[in-house]
Design a protein around this ligand. Structure first.
Ligand code: SF4
Ligand code: SF4
Length: 319
């Protein structure tokens, strides 16, 4: 059955759908733009040749309470990426059901041929081009002026949708970070990273000039799947059963087996200290109860108003 689709209305219906699923930010990129920037072999069409639009969505990170919890607790509860993936999965089905156009949930996973540090697609690139995040001083974590640090997911579809533009202004560094940088040569994220993996500079206009990120140091601190090969090597190199037993059962390694058994999220967590001190993330809708009350309620009301306005919209059988 063929359907007549108004791309602008369809985009707003998708935005409303995702907002009802808890998504804070929604943006669209023309797939040709992503193809120009993504490394060869890692553009949307490499995994979905029919792609015409990339939809990027962002969900909020930790609650205000999570940011006030201790580091061990935050490592378990600060991570909301699965909520973003769930909403994106639903959106792909929504597109196919409502518009009869193919769509896929973009895998947020690593390239099986390249190892654990080469993603199949850059979800950050999608979000940046869709205007729902900008590269920060904190290891390229994307920040949004209203929503702070978010978790992102993408959907590719063969539908042509009106694209959005990248943010005109990068909210990072925050004015208070510029002041600290002028006094001490460091922004808060640099200063409080426990393994000193962040460095960079702010120019005379208070803009981010340069950023260096030691991803190995950060990963060793926070990406526990990186530790598993070393545990296996320790087990194989053990000189006797006692040493081998320690390699398997030491308290630190028991935690890795525990996290493996309950799911991947906690193995991929940040240590979060750079975001715990980031004024943009700490004043975001999720992290501020007052803003959340107004912001989220407002967004749900807008989504509902949009859904009502769509009733009887132009999507329907052509003949
Ligand atoms: S997640 Fe932790 S280790 Fe990584 S950059 Fe942030 S503060 Fe540093
Ligand atoms: S603390 Fe946040 S806003 Fe400040 S420089 Fe770091 S990432 Fe940017």
């Amino acid at each position: 059955m063929s359907v007549t689709i108004d791309p602008g209305e369809a985009k707003e219906a998708m935005r409303a759908y995702t907002q009802k699923k808890g998504v804070l930010a929604f943006g669209v990129v023309d797939v040709d733009l992503v193809e120009k920037i993504a490394p060869p072999g890692y553009g949307p069409r490499d995994i979905f040749p029919r792609a015409k639009s990339v939809i990027s969505i962002g969900v909020g990170g930790g609650t205000q309470g999570a940011w006030a919890a201790d580091a061990r607790t935050l490592a378990y509860i600060g991570d909301t990426e699965t909520a973003a993936y769930k909403a994106a999965y639903g959106l792909a089905f929504f597109i196919e059901k409502k518009y009869q156009k193919r769509a896929i949930f973009c895998p947020p996973d690593m390239d099986p041929e390249k190892g654990a540090r080469t993603p199949m697609q850059s979800l950050k690139l999608h979000a940046e081009l869709a205007g729902i995040g900008a590269r920060s001083m904190a290891g390229d974590i994307l920040l949004h002026p209203e929503f702070g640090m978010m978790y992102y997911a993408s959907v590719f579809t063969e539908m042509e949708l009106p694209p959005d533009a990248p943010m005109a202004e990068n909210p990072c560094p925050h004015p208070s970070c510029v002041k600290l940088y002028e006094k001490s040569g460091q922004t808060p994220c640099m200063r409080f990273c426990p393994v000193d993996c962040l460095s960079g500079s702010v120019d005379e206009n208070g803009k981010l000039a340069e950023m260096h990120y030691d991803s190995h140091a950060c990963a060793a601190m926070s990406q526990q799947y990186e530790a598993i090969p070393n545990v296996l090597l320790d087990m194989m190199d053990a000189k006797d059963p006692i040493e081998r037993g320690m390699a398997v059962h030491s308290p630190e390694n028991q935690m890795i087996w525990y996290k493996l058994s309950i799911g991947a999220g906690e193995l991929l967590s940040l240590c979060y200290e750079c975001m715990r001190v980031c004024p943009i993330t700490q004043s975001s809708v999720m992290a501020t109860a007052v803003a959340r009350k107004g912001g989220m309620r407002q967004k749900v009301m807008e989504a509902e108003a949009q859904a009502l306005a769509e009733q009887g919209a132009s999507v329907g059988p052509k003949s």
